[in-house]
Write a protein that binds this ligand. Sequence first.
Ligand code: DO4
Ligand code: MG
Length: 285
Amino acid sequence: MKICRYVNADNQVHIGLAKDDNTLIDLTSAEVESITSIMENEVPKKFLLDLKDKDLPEVPLNDVTLLCPIEMQEVWAAGVTYLRSKDARMEESDFSATAYDRVYDAPRPEIFFKSLPEKVVTCGDKVGIRKDAKWNVPEPELVLIMNSNGDISGYAVGNDMSSRDIEGENLLYLPQAKVYHRSCAIGPWITVGAKEAEAREWEISLNIERAGNKVFEGKVSVNQIKRSFDELSKYMNQSQEFPFGSALLTGTGIVPDDDFTLIEGDTISIYITGIGCLKNSVISV
Ligand code: DO4
Ligand code: MG
């Protein structure tokens, strides 16, 4: 089951449940006021199934604008969770190579702060590449959406935009390589009710177009994530409080070849089976 935030012709924010590929059920008419309130439900899937049975108003998907599904959740990101990510990062930096190698096998995962909720962009918005970076890539990642108890209540598509030259120069520059204007995209859908085993059957694909031509494509199975989702959510929520829940990008398993960098005007499409597509064009920031 897929939910979203949208604005209608009346310019009000609504919460929607996808009925099919073309139609949304308007949950706001049943007094559902936020995605957060759905996530806080004990069994969000059952809550949504019950609403689906009511005769609520519907709206064609074509008549609305989808918004970012992240409301008040801090966004964090896990790193070096796929072998491909570890290998690429060890190649990009002699200086920090052992750090990546060690964290891949360590009990404690790498988890870093990625974005304030209000700074997250969504499908159709621009994502940024830093003006002071020369080597920029998208990182297509599955996002775990957790409630205030740390339970995983949904999944979204995310992009952890990264400046590889800045990260590669010195690992202490990681926050600058990762956290800047328009560096985090999530949405527009949240899939509710899938267990980890089901989500591990999904595939993530990345396509990048430049002036109408495909300049990169890649695919990875979610099942290649080395750590369990419970392990990631356990570390994410340890000694932390997220009163509105949180979002965690789970790392990238698709890394373009070393001679590839994004440029302004490129279009990035990330598709995760079981969730949907996140599409953004690139702007220099
Ligand atoms: O260690 C740096 C960041 C790793 C990351 O973002 C990833 O593996 O996706
Ligand atoms: Mg990443």
